[in-house]
Design a protein around this ligand. Structure first.
Ligand SMILES: [Zn+2]
Length: 452
C-alpha cells in the first residue's frame, strides 16, 4: 500500500482511492507566457514519476493538468510584443509540450484550457455571489475569505495570522487583504468574456477549482502542484469549493522548489532562470529525471553543472550495464530479480522515497557488474533486468542495448547459431553484414556481443 504525505494533514497516510484501482489526479499546469524553466521541469517530472509508479502498481490513472491560456502575464507579453494574447499562449504552449516530450513526461490524459471553461466559471462565481460569500467592486468580483471557517487549512495558519502577514496591496477596493479576485473586469483593449458583472476574465484560482471538479468530479483523489501553490492558490481553490458545498480533493501533494547554488530559490526576478531548452543543450535530458529521482520530492533540489554532470556519470553506469546484457545473449532467462524489485517498490511506497529506490537500483547495478565479471550469466541477467524494469517504472530508460535495432540483434543470434553448428563460413558472412551496418562484433564466453 502506497503512503503519501498529505499537505492538509501534515503527515503521511495510506492512499485509499475513491474507486478501487482507479485514481484521479489534478496537477496545476502551466501559464503559457514564457519558455518553460527547470522549476516547471521538476514538478512535471515529480508527477510523471508518481503517475508512472501508480500505473506500474496497477492503477488506472486519470491525469488532468491544465493550461492557463488567459492571464495578466500573457496579456502583458502580448502588449509588449504587439500581438494577440492567443498567439502568445499558442507559441508557449507548443514550447511547453516540446520540452515535456524531451523530458519523457507522459502527456496528461486530459488538458483543460481555461478559456474553454469560462461559462462554468461564471456560473460558480454567480453562485458564490448569491451565497453572500463574494462581492462586486468597481474592478471585479472578490471572494470573502472569512466565509470559510477553516481557511488556512493547507497553509497550517489561522486566518488571523495569515491576515497579519498579508502584503497590503494597492487595491483598496477589497474588504480584506486576503480576499481574492474571482472575476477581473476588462480594461480597455484587454480580451474579455461576457458576465453578469460586465466584460472581463476569470481569476486563476477559479479556473482550477472549476476544471478539476468538472473533469474529475467531487471528492477526486489527489490535487498536486509545487509548494509555492499551497498558499494562496490551493487554499483559495479549496475555499470556493467549501462555500459552494462541494467535496473537493481528498488529499494534497506538493513538491519542493528548485534552488540555485547556495540555496537561493529560483525566481524570474533573480534573473538566474535556466530554461529547459538551456538544460537540454548542456546535458542529457535523462540526467534531470535522475537528479529529480535522487532527491525526495518534498525537498528542495540544487540544479548546478556539478549535480547535472554527476547525474550524467550515473546514467553512464546504467547504460553500460544495459550494454552488458548483450554479453548474456543465449544466457538464461527473462526473469527480473524479485528481491531488487521488492526493495524498490517498498522504498517507493514510503512517500515516494525515490532517493532510497534509486540507491537500491545502483547497488543492483554494482552487483550485476560483479556477476558479469565472474561469468555468472544467469545472476547478472536477472539483476540487470530488475534494474531496467524498475528504472523503466519511473520513466528512466537505459540507452545502449535499446539503441541496437532488433534486426541487427537477430543477425547476432543467427551468427551464434551458425557458430554452434560449426558453420564458420556463414558466421563470417553474418559478422561482415553486422560490421557493414556500422557495429562492432565481439566474441564473448556467452556468444556474440554487438556494440555501436
Ligand atoms: Zn491550479
Amino acid at each position: 500500500m502506497l503512503r503519501l504525505h498529505d499537505t492538509a494533514l501534515g503527515h503521511d497516510r495510506e492512499l485509499r482511492t475513491r474507486a478501487p484501482g482507479e485514481i484521479g489526479l489534478y496537477i496545476c499546469g502551466s501559464t503559457v507566457y514564457a519558455p518553460p524553466h527547470i522549476g516547471h521541469g521538476r514538478f512535471s517530472l515529480v508527477y510523471d514519476v508518481l503517475r508512472r509508479f501508480l500505473e506500474y502498481s496497477g492503477f488506472a490513472v486519470e491525469h488532468v493538468s491544465n493550461v492557463t491560456d488567459i492571464d495578466d502575464k500573457i496579456i502583458a507579453r502580448a502588449n509588449e510584443e504587439h500581438r494577440p494574447p492567443e498567439e502568445v499562449a499558442g507559441q508557449y504552449e507548443a514550447e511547453w509540450w516540446d520540452a515535456m516530450d524531451t523530458l519523457g513526461c507522459l502527456r496528461p490524459t486530459q488538458v483543460p484550457h481555461a478559456t474553454a471553461f469560462i461559462e462554468e466559471m461564471v456560473d460558480l462565481i454567480a453562485e458564490l455571489v448569491g451565497l453572500g460569500s463574494a462581492y462586486e467592486t468597481s474592478d471585479g468580483v472578490y471572494f470573502t475569505v472569512s466565509a470559510v471557517d477553516d481557511y488556512g487549512l493547507l497553509a497550517h495558519q489561522s486566518l488571523a495570522s495569515l491576515r497579519s502577514g498579508a502584503r497590503v496591496e494597492v487595491n483598496e477596493k477589497k474588504r480584506s487583504p486576503l480576499d481574492f479576485a474571482l472575476w477581473k473586469k476588462a480594461k480597455p483593449a484587454e480580451p474579455w468574456w461576457a458576465s453578469p458583472w460586465g466584460p472581463g476574465r476569470p481569476g486563476w484560482h477559479t479556473e482550477c477549482v472549476v476544471m478539476s471538479l468538472a473533469l474529475l468530479g467531487e471528492g477526486f483523489d489527489l490535487h498536486g502542484g509545487g509548494q509555492d501553490l499551497i498558499f494562496p492558490h490551493h487554499e483559495n481553490e479549496r475555499a470556493q469549493a467549501v462555500v459552494a458545498g462541494k467535496q473537493f480533493a481528498r488529499r494534497w501533494m506538493h513538491n519542493g522548489m528548485v534552488e540555485a547554488r547556495g540555496g537561493e530559490k529560483m525566481s524570474k526576478s533573480l534573473g538566474n532562470v535556466l530554461t529547459l531548452s538551456d538544460l537540454f543543450e548542456q546535458s542529457d535530458p535523462r540526467a534531470y529525471r535522475l537528479l529529480v529521482l535522487q532527491s525526495h520530492y518534498r525537498a528542495p533540489i540544487e540544479v548546478t553543472p556539478t549535480t547535472l554532470s554527476d547525474a550524467v556519470a550515473a546514467l553512464g553506469r546504467l547504460d553500460a550495464l544495459s550494454d552488458r546484457l548483450d554479453e548474456a545473449v543465449g544466457g538464461e532467462g527473462e526473469r527480473a530479480d524479485p528481491e531488487v524489485r521488492d526493495a524498490f517498490v517498498e522504498r517507493m511506497q514510503d512517500d515516494l522515497d525515490t532517493p532510497g529506490a534509486t540507491a537500491v537500483l545502483f547497488d543492483a547495478i554494482r552487483r550485476a557488474n560483479v556477476a558479469f565479471d565472474s561469468r555468472e550469466a544467469a545472476r547478472a541477467t536477472e539483476l540487470t533486468r530488475s534494474v531496467l524494469e524498475c528504472f523503466g517504472a519511473v520513466g528512466l530508460e537505459a540507452k545502449g542495448a535499446t539503441e541496437i535495432p532488433e534486426a541487427v540483434l537477430e543477425l547476432g543470434r543467427r551468427r551464434d547459431r551458425a557458430r554452434a553448428d560449426r558453420d564458420f563460413a556463414s558466421a563470417d558472412v553474418l559478422r561482415s553484414e553486422i560490421v557493414a551496418l556500422g557495429y562492432i562484433v565481439e566474441d564473448t564466453s556467452s556468444g556474440t556481443r554487438i556494440r555501436r
